[in-house]
Write a protein that binds this ligand. Structure first.
Ligand code: MV4
Length: 449
């Protein structure tokens, strides 16, 4: 096992990784930007090194500075968390060249999945069902028009270099195609320096679910039950739960098996997540795979009683996956992402937290790096806490998380807690009747009244 680990991240995920490392007896090195001097991951780490100015491009994305910090402190491994450098295959290669273990899959697995069009084609070969659409990048408008017509409207234009929403455009009819094609291309080019787009049939009123998988260097593999991720705003997840009210045991087993087979086909190592769209007839389609630990991983941990980050670190150190094969899904878990933002305009709300109380209690988990007196810097994303509930039934998990949110007190900044309370008291949500369109409808209803 490693004796020292550098955490190339900040915020709640840096603390989450630190907790796993310390439980494994591993010392931690925090890296931080000039804006994060007072951040909790810096205050709680064994060692800390400043890696540059506030802007992420100068610090948390600054590969030479992060590698230097690891070499100076004699860390043996780097955990990238999510975001920043987590899915950068070049960073993984440089770590390895410098004799540092990158905690994640191989650079070639990351490269394959980072090209979303290529991932789609490879996963088709690996026998995962995919949505109808293009076989290749549609790099001129004429080929886009031809493929869109063949696929049938509505279609979705997606950025090959993207994932998670940027450069995505829904097109309902041929008359909008050219306009949307240009917008998506420009958006993709400015976000990723790559204008490549591909086309998928757009499925309205679908469910967005994802499967967590972990596979070690010996080919031992374990995939878990789905996380329901349909509640998104502007392609940002807001609330996730497991299991999904829409997925039955037979479908669950089928998807789990399909994912395990796909990871074997590409000899995937480490931990990852496969995203699917599920239509009203319960057909599932592969969309993309994420080669990192994800924000919403705790709900899987709660219902399976495991620590995914500890497992991820252990297999990166060459240990065998020692998860029991008789792991079973126990109860229900829900995560609410608490963002520092205006609950109606969704504008970021950075600033000083004057007063802060999280209630805790049985079946409540708080993953957060926020503390009373902390000044939230305006440079990074607005996630300040994840409130997670776990109970035997969905009804009880909802009651628990609702009570926890009602008792959570944040003064000084605005948060999206009112939005969560609105979702959690919606009668369709309570019945488990919702899809990818639900949140947009809920929000527009609220603001038009
Ligand atoms: C889709 C889709 C329907 N059809 N792709 C959004 C985030 C990204 N990870 C995948 N996303 C979607 N891709 C096809 N071909 C529906 C979503 C989607 C969604 C779309 C609009 C509004 C809310 C949504 C919530 C979850 C998923």
């Amino acid at each position: 096992m490693f004796s020292k680990l550098l955490i190339a991240n900040r915020g709640e995920i840096a603390l989450r990784i630190m907790r796993a490392a310390h439980e494994l007896g591993i010392k931690t090195v925090a890296v931080f930007s000039e804006a994060d001097k007072e951040s909790l991951h810096v205050l709680l780490a064994d060692e800390k090194i400043c890696i540059g100015p506030a802007k992420a491009i100068d610090s948390y994305l600054n590969i030479p500075n992060i590698i230097s910090a690891a070499l100076i402190t004699k860390a043996e491994a780097i955990h990238p968390g999510y975001g920043f450098l987590a899915e950068n295959p070049r960073f993984a290669e440089i770590c390895n060249q410098e004799g540092l273990v990158f905690i994640g899959p191989s650079a070639s697995n990351m490269r394959m999945m980072g090209d979303k069009n290529r991932a789609r084609q490879e996963m088709k070969k690996a026998k995962l069902p995919i949505l109808p659409g293009s076989d290749e990048i549609v790099n001129d408008f004429n080929s886009a028009a031809k493929t869109a017509k063949k696929t049938g409207f509505p279609i979705m234009l997606k950025a090959a270099a993207g994932g998670g929403g940027k450069g995505m455009r829904i097109v309902h009819s041929p008359s909008n195609l050219e306009e949307q094609y240009i917008i998506a291309q420009n958006e993709s080019n400015s976000a990723f320096g790559n204008p490549d787009l591909y086309i998928e049939k757009y499925i309205e009123n679908a469910r967005h679910i994802e499967i967590q998988v972990i596979r070690d260097g010996n080919g031992q593999v374990m995939a878990f039950g789905e996380r329901e991720c349909s509640l998104q705003r502007k392609h940002q997840k807001i609330l996730e739960e497991t299991p999904s009210t829409f997925i039955d045991e037979k479908t669950r087993k089928k998807i789990i098996r399909a994912v395990e087979t796909a990871t074997e086909y590409i000899d995937y190592h480490s931990l990852g997540t496969f995203e699917f769209l599920v239509d009203s007839r319960k057909n599932f389609y592969f969309m993309e795979a994420n080669t990192r630990i994800q924000v919403e991983h705790p709900i899987t941990e709660m219902v399976y009683g495991i620590d995914l980050i500890k497992e991820q670190i252990k297999i990166a150190a060459g240990e065998k996956l020692d998860l029991k094969n008789d792991l079973y899904l126990n109860g229900h878990s829900i995560e609410c992402r608490i963002n520092a933002e205006d609950p109606t305009s969704f504008a970021p709300s950075p600033g000083k937290i004057e007063f802060l109380v999280f209630p805790g209690g049985e079946g409540i988990r708080i993953d957060s790096a926020a503390y009373q007196g902390w000044n939230i810097p305006p440079f990074y994303d607005s996630l300040i806490a994840k409130v997670i509930s776990h109970a035997l039934t969905r009804e009880e998990a909802i009651r628990k998380i609702k009570t926890a949110l009602e008792m959570t007190t944040v003064v000084g900044i605005k948060t999206n807690i009112p939005l969560h309370l609105n979702i959690l008291s919606n009668s369709d949500f309570l019945k488990g009747k919702y899809d990818t369109q639900f949140l947009e409808r809920l929000i527009s209803k609220k603001t038009s009244r």
